[in-house]
Design a protein around this ligand. Structure first.
Ligand code: XBP
Ligand code: MG
Length: 248
């Protein structure tokens, strides 16, 4: 098989979890008595900034809502993001998230057929470990490479996270497929030379996924067939490893 590795984005692709992130941000703001609360529409716009700490800083600068006489915006953003991450991991620990349709199937098929599995995400490393522990602990999956927000100087849409992952895998872009949920993620993977399959979600369904080779509503389950946004039809309604290998 020419396909040597699947490189997974995490947030929005493996799990539909940005509402959990948003709840954690808002709880952190409340804990610090800031009076800020990000609604869905505001958060959808703020998701154009990848990285939670960067997102908070962008919000402060855009809304000109830096508390007077307090720490610098950068220092406050860092402290708030630490608190947010603690809250988010506590929410994850409470079982508040499940794998999206078809994700477990694809991971098992890749594991059983010797296709390497890797992660390339903008989120924090602790978030990935907690999430994988809560959703995949029993699957015996060995991740051949895991690149997170802490590992790169420039986050998505910069291609660095995918370039680092390719280097860690020791593979060429043409031997891999990237699985993403956002325009920023698709751009990052494509700019690293990796053919990309997109699955949209409530926050990204209106984003331009035109650079992806194909885009679907999700990877499908027998009782919940996937819908094609663009790209090859999937007669079974379930994207499986044979489809992905054929699309490389
Ligand atoms: C999505 C992101 C992250 C999350 C929040 O990452 O942009 O910033 O929204 O997580 P990806 P952090 O889709 O690349 O997985 O607060 O840890 O950044
Ligand atoms: Mg994502």
């Amino acid at each position: 098989m020419r396909l040597k590795a699947l490189i997974w984005d995490v947030d929005g692709t493996m799990v539909d979890n940005e509402e959990l992130h948003r709840a954690a941000f808002n709880q952190a703001f409340e804990d610090f008595g800031l009076g800020w609360c990000w609604g869905r529409a505001v958060y959808a716009d703020l998701l154009r900034v990848t990285g939670g700490r960067e997102r908070i800083l962008h919000f402060m600068e855009r809304a000109a809502c830096v508390p007077p006489n307090g720490p610098s915006p950068h220092a406050l953003a860092a402290v708030l993001h630490v608190r947010k991450t603690v809250i988010y991991n506590r929410l994850l620990g409470g079982g508040a998230v499940a794998l999206r349709p078809g994700v477990r199937r694809l991971l098992r098929q890749a594991r059983d057929r010797g296709v390497l599995l890797a992660i390339a995400t903008t989120t924090s490393r602790i978030n990935v470990h907690t999430l994988l522990g809560k959703t995949l602990a029993s699957e015996g999956i060995a991740w051949a490479a895991m690149t997170t927000g802490e590992d790169v100087a420039r986050k998505k849409p910069a291609p660095e996270v995918y370039a680092v992952t390719l280097a860690r895998l020791g593979l060429a872009p043409g031997q891999c497929l990237a699985l993403e949920d956002s325009a920023h993620g698709v751009a990052a993977a494509c700019d690293a030379g990796i053919r990309t399959i997109a699955v949209v979600n409530g926050y990204t369904e209106n984003q331009d996924m035109g650079r992806a080779f194909a885009a679907y509503s999700h990877f499908g389950e027998p009782d919940s067939p996937c819908a094609v946004r663009h790209g090859p039809a999937v007669a079974s309604g379930c994207v499986d490893l044979d489809h992905l290998a054929a699309w490389l």
